[in-house]
Design a binder for this molecule. Structure first.
Ligand code: AMP
Length: 193
């Protein structure tokens, strides 16, 4: 199964992707996780991405498209994948279409988690508090001010990605404000269709 999960930061894409990974034996390809790993490792890409990520902006299309092209070609992605946090611009969505076409592959589903943006800042504060309670690192960009910039980037550049898939007849939308297990059930329903 090849799936794209769309929705603003804090919509629950990572949480839902993880549940699908466990159930469907596919890999989660999160460009955010890959970029954070690159920053941590101090690679050339990480060095370029660090300041942009910390400010809540978007890393260049060229960098993330390159990362995804390489990652999709890895053997463990053969069985299927969930794209989480990619595509974030129409240029990225078009590049993904080309990449898949070259490989003779298609997306099985594009699902948007629809959320109330006014409630997201609270969600993100909870995420930071939970991480802290578990002794895990708190993401620097989960700071409320940076989070607002991330939401702005979403509304400016990424909110047009869902309509892009809608026009192609590929978009399915589900309510992302419900409790986690209910969102999971809605996703299963959509994917089972
Ligand atoms: P995320 O973990 O998906 O919230 O991503 C964290 C940060 O990584 C974002 O705020 C961006 O700075 C960067 N990022 C992740 N995915 C992308 C993407 N597809 N395009 C551009 N920047 C990205």
């Amino acid at each position: 199964m090849r799936l794209v999960l769309l929705g603003p930061p804090g919509a629950g894409k990572g949480t839902q992707a993880q549940r699908l990974v466990d159930r469907h034996n596919i890999v989660q390809l999160s460009t955010g996780d890959m970029l954070r790993a690159a920053v941590q490792a101090g690679t050339p890409i990480g060095l370029q991405a660090k300041a942009v990520m910390e400010s809540g902006g978007l890393v260049s299309d060229e960098i993330v498209i390159g990362i995804i092209a390489d990652r999709i070609a890895e053997p463990d992605a053969k069985n299927g994948f969930i794209l989480d946090g990619f595509p974030r611009t129409v240029a990225q969505a078009e590049a993904l279409d080309r990449l898949l076409e070259e490989k003779g592959l298609e997306l099985d589903a594009v699902v948007e988690l629809v959320v109330d943006q006014d409630k997201l800042v609270n969600r993100i504060l909870n995420r930071a508090a939970e991480a802290q309670a578990k002794g895990e690192a708190v993401r620097k960009d989960d700071d409320p001010e940076v989070f607002k910039t991330r939401l702005e980037a979403y509304n400016r550049d990424t909110s047009i990605v869902a309509p892009y898939y809608h026009k192609k007849g590929q978009l399915q939308r589900i309510d992302g404000m419900k409790p986690i297990h209910e969102v999971s059930s809605s996703l299963d329903e959509v994917l089972g269709k």
